[in-house]
Design a protein around this ligand. Structure first.
Ligand code: SAH
Length: 343
């Protein structure tokens, strides 16, 4: 059996495999249809294929590059977390979060992460591998098959730093958006970065239509560097500059995420600095995420402190939301993905 799964091969190689099995090109469009429109989980489910062909295909390539190895449901019984394994044996996580209006999936772009943000559980794994386009897309195909509702939104907020795997992430987002692929509107696809400045510039230059989110998490260089080492080479001022350029050049909305950490970045002074930092942004939103506790030393601020922080932000001219993560009881909340609770 081939090392690569069928869907990660280039079209030319897919056609070669089929012609070696004496199959015509139309088989490929049938396969793509089964995969992207019907979300089958394996070759056997391609019901209009002769069994003899299915057996040959099974011997040649696996269909997908990932395997689901564990699945847990949150107490709200809506949020579900999946641990999947790549063909190299590394683990990633994806989270399905259905609500009345939406059915959002949070996907990984890497196994592990190199950024070492002090508050994030994924950091403890270190960097394991970049996911290719097929590995990214497979997370969505798998969960669409399991979910009884159409997946409406995709956020690149699982494991990894999407902008350190830029090419594959953009390829995957384009395939998601492709009418012949999954056909999801570009505004429903959000890519979140810890602030890789050169890639934010590239994203702006190539006028990508996907939504952009930036994890700000601090209001001074010193404070941000102490929790996000990426800030050493990608400083706050430069980050705000490229952010401004993004929303002005493309006239698009930009979301800033701000994880609220007790006694680190949760003071009223922080809130005031945030207001002035973001005042010049053409179109921005601020998303406050009260910290989801993991094994580390960081804590979520008390309710009162969160409230004070939000009250201090009231003069803002931009919209502010507070995100209470879903599925924290199964470690499926933001920053809790470390493939820990396996079965
Ligand atoms: N690396 C990208 C994608 C990960 S998104 C990025 O940093 O944007 C994950 C989001 O959750 C980021 O905004 C991150 O700052 C935040 N986060 C990380 N750990 C968290 C935790 N324990 N509780 C709440 N939010 C967390």
């Amino acid at each position: 059996i081939n090392k690569k799964s069928f869907i990660e091969l280039r079209e030319k190689d897919q056609i070669d495999i089929l012609s070696n099995l004496n199959e015509k090109k139309f088989r490929l469009s049938q396969i793509n249809n089964w995969v992207f429109k019907n979300h089958v989980s394996n070759w056997r489910e391609m019901k209009n294929f002769p069994l003899s062909l299915i057996e040959k295909l099974e011997k040649t390539n696996s269909l997908y590059p990932l395997k689901i190895i564990a699945n847990s449901k949150a107490d709200d019984s809506m949020t579900q977390k999946f641990i999947m394994q790549t063909m190299k044996g590394n683990k990633i996580e994806s989270v399905l979060m259905p609500t009345k209006k939406r059915n959002t999936i949070c996907i990984s772009s890497q196994s592990g992460c190199a950024l070492d943000c002090k508050f994030c559980a994924t950091a403890s794994l270190g960097f394991l591998q970049n996911l290719n386009e097929a590995e990214i897309i497979s997370q969505i195909i798998y969960l669409q098959k399991i979910s009884n509702k159409r997946i409406s939104n995709v956020v690149f907020m699982g494991m990894g730093e999407p902008f350190l795997n830029y090419k594959n992430v953009i390829k995957a987002a384009k395939l998601l958006n492709d009418p012949n692929g999954i056909n999801m509107g570009s505004k429903r696809i959000t890519i979140s970065t810890a602030g890789v400045i050169s890639k934010i510039e590239e994203f702006t230059k190539s006028k990508e239509k996907f939504k952009l989110a930036i994890s700000l998490n601090g209001t001074t260089n010193e404070q941000r560097t102490s929790i996000m080492p990426i800030n050493i080479k990608n400083s706050l001022d430069e980050l705000l500059n490229v952010s401004r350029k993004y929303t002005e050049t493309l006239n698009r909305w930009l979301t800033f995420e701000y994880v609220l950490l007790k006694e680190i970045n949760d003071s009223v002074e922080d809130a005031k600095r945030l207001l002035s930092m973001l005042a010049g942004m053409k179109k921005c939103k601020l998303n406050i995420i009260p910290y989801n506790e993991t094994d580390g030393e960081f804590r979520r601020p008390d309710k009162d402190q969160i409230e004070n922080f939000v009250i201090a932000l009231r003069p803002a001219k931009f919209p502010i939301t507070v995100r209470w993560s879903k599925g924290t009881d199964i470690d499926a909340g933001c920053g809790q993905l470390a493939t820990r609770n396996q079965v």
